[in-house]
Ligand binder design. Sequence first.
Ligand code: ZN
Length: 180
Amino acid sequence: MIRACPPAAAVVLVAIASTLACSAASARPEGCPPGSRSDPARSARIATQLAQALAMLAHEPDAAALARRWNPAQPALCFGERNEAREQERVAVLSDALDDVNAAARAAHLLHHHHVTPVWPAQPTPSCAHKVARAMTAERAAHALERAVQRVLGARVAQDADRPGLQAAYAERCRRERAR
Ligand SMILES: [Zn+2]
């Protein structure tokens, strides 16, 4: 079996340079949530595409903010059936259906949730309307960054920013949380 990264115990023994070279690919297999898995080679390809895109978008504040705060190893990229930010688990799950360029664009969206504007911060808000409005603002900014990454990487840019039902889903999530 060919390993992309040395096992954890060996990392201590190898030069720091090789550890750094491996950081983009060191997704913790045990850190991927059930139904998803790590793919160090794919993670590294996506991280490279995303880094190039963010460099080309350095004039855009959200891209610049993400470039400053993003560590390619944190959160880990995992792969599964659907895209999920998984902020609490420090993991971003990307859909198997995406090619590398569109996965890089989606990663920008999910990492925006992790590092730039959390969609669902823990702080209390005066009302569900307020919390949902804030979530939708965060989603629109993440979608704008996703489209910008698609554009600079030459992918077809999706027109529809808001997933149908997203606002209603956030409203329901808030209602459930407050009912606890
Ligand atoms: Zn989102």
